[in-house]
Design a protein around this ligand. Structure first.
Ligand SMILES: [Zn+2]
Length: 129
């Protein structure tokens, strides 16, 4: 047992005595641009962000507006339905989830109205390569 400890200590001390040599010539290497490596939906998203659209798939949350029946909160989607979560009160610790379908605005239990606005999804056969 004690010889094993000694051997291990000897190995560690041998490895610790090695030196590392670096040169300034290595500093010119950079990581490749992620846009060059990405394909499909990932590239679509990166190109949209480069063009200034930070949320091309409508994933970011938003604060509710007035939310009346005549002026409902618009929920963007890339299909004709979407699940929506409403934090009805600021102090709530849970989210009220509901399905929202195109053409039928819906009222949450807290009284706010939501309406789905459908956007065309990117064509998977025409995605950038
Ligand atoms: Zn609500």
């Amino acid at each position: 047992m004690s010889s094993l400890v000694l051997k291990t200590r000897g190995l560690v001390s041998a490895m610790g005595s090695r030196s590392v040599h670096l040169s300034a010539a290595c500093n010119k290497r950079t990581m490749p641009d992620p846009v060059d490596h990405a394909t499909g939906l990932e590239k679509y998203e990166l190109l949209a962000k480069q063009a200034g659209n930070e949320d091309p798939f409508f994933l970011k949350s938003f604060a509710r507006g007035v939310g009346t029946k005549e002026n409902p909160n618009i929920v963007n989607a890339m299909d004709n339905y979407r699940m929506v979560g409403c934090v009805c009160s600021e102090d709530d610790t849970s989210i009220k989830w509901m399905w929202l379908c195109e053409g039928s605005p819906k009222r949450c239990e807290c009284g706010y109205w939501f309406k789905l606005k459908s956007h065309p999804a990117p064509d998977k056969y025409k995605l950038p390569l």
